[in-house]
Ligand binder design. Structure first.
Ligand code: NAP
Length: 258
């Protein structure tokens, strides 16, 4: 098969895994990936295959887009905290009657010596952080930093790829950086800024894991924000790796065209 006759697979991306799935599918001759990005980053990384950018306008519009573009399967490779688009993808795939492969990267597991404190969500983390330290590395991305705007008794090192949206916490320094981050650098960063607590989402993956290892080495507590629940149901196949996502989507696409 070649060209536009190859069945289209919509890859909901914005993650390392999304890029990996797109690259693997683009290298094949039996499927054709179209990656969808939300358009949040000023300089998104390169993606193999076709790319479309921006919200669809909700689940119904996503279902319409899937039908109009003759998409034969969808891979939800979005971030574990991108709960809105994952819920929309689940609804849209039912409405459009196409299979959904949900790639859920596993959460992080504490190792001996880790001092992790759970937070149910970011509001909970904002309420808890001043009980744990006075100088926090806030590594939660750009979009929800405003949740910490009312915390006036903690100094924050705000690390994100692009500048966060205001309002920001009154005492902070902004560090623009894109992972992956190495252990030596993370250790040095925590020391240099005299960080005494790390705040992070339970994103999982290797690219941003080193801050947890550095915190353990330095004996620092980590405020770990729990993941939102992910949609499940008929028509959704949940996998934990990019290889499994590619294998599954190729199989369902092939069986649909048989
Ligand atoms: P979200 O809250 O789940 O989604 C909000 C809305 O943004 C969705 O309803 C959808 O708009 C649009 N959207 C989100 N992802 C999209 C995509 N891949 N393609 C097209 N539209 C998308 O999403 P979010 O947490 O803001 O994440 C946005 C993007 O950043 C995702 O691609 C995600 O993988 C990536 N990301 C998120 C995080 C995080 O911590 N949340 C971290 C790293 C990367 P419509 O309803 O109009 O379709």
């Amino acid at each position: 098969m070649s060209g536009v006759s190859r069945p289209a697979v919509l890859v909901l991306g914005g993650t390392t895994e999304g890029r990996e799935v797109a690259a693997a599918l683009a290298a094949r001759d039996d499927v054709r990936p179209i990656t969808s990005l939300a358009g949040r980053l000023s300089r998104p990384g390169a993606v193999a295959g076709a790319v479309r950018t921006g919200g669809f306008g909700g689940a119904d519009e996503l279902a319409r887009w899937i039908a109009e573009h003759e998409v034969r399967a969808v891979v939800d490779a979005t971030h574990p905290f991108a709960a809105g688009i994952s819920a929309n993808a689940a609804r849209a795939c039912v409405a459009a009657d196409v299979p959904l492969v949900a790639l859920r990267r596993p959460g992080w597991k504490p190792a001996p010596g880790d001092d992790w404190r759970p937070a149910t969500d970011l509001d909970d983390a904002a309420a808890l952080v001043s009980g744990l330290g006075r100088r926090a590395l806030l590594a939660i991305g750009r979009q929800e930093v405003a949740t910490f705007a009312g915390v006036d008794d903690v100094w924050f090192l705000l690390r994100a790829i692009d500048p966060p949206d205001p309002p920001l916490p009154p005492h902070h320094e902004l560090l623009l950086a894109r992972g992956p981050f190495a252990l030596d650098d993370e250790r040095a960063l925590l020391r240099e800024h005299a960080i005494d607590v790390v705040v992070t989402k339970d994103s999982g993956g290797d690219a941003t894991r080193a801050k947890l290892d550095a915190a353990r080495e330095l004996g620092l507590p980590v405020l770990m924000v729990r993941r939102p629940s992910a949609p499940e149901g008929p028509g959704i196949t949940t996998v934990a790796s990019t290889d499994a996502a590619v294998e599954t989507v190729v199989a369902v696409t092939a069986s649909g065209s048989a």
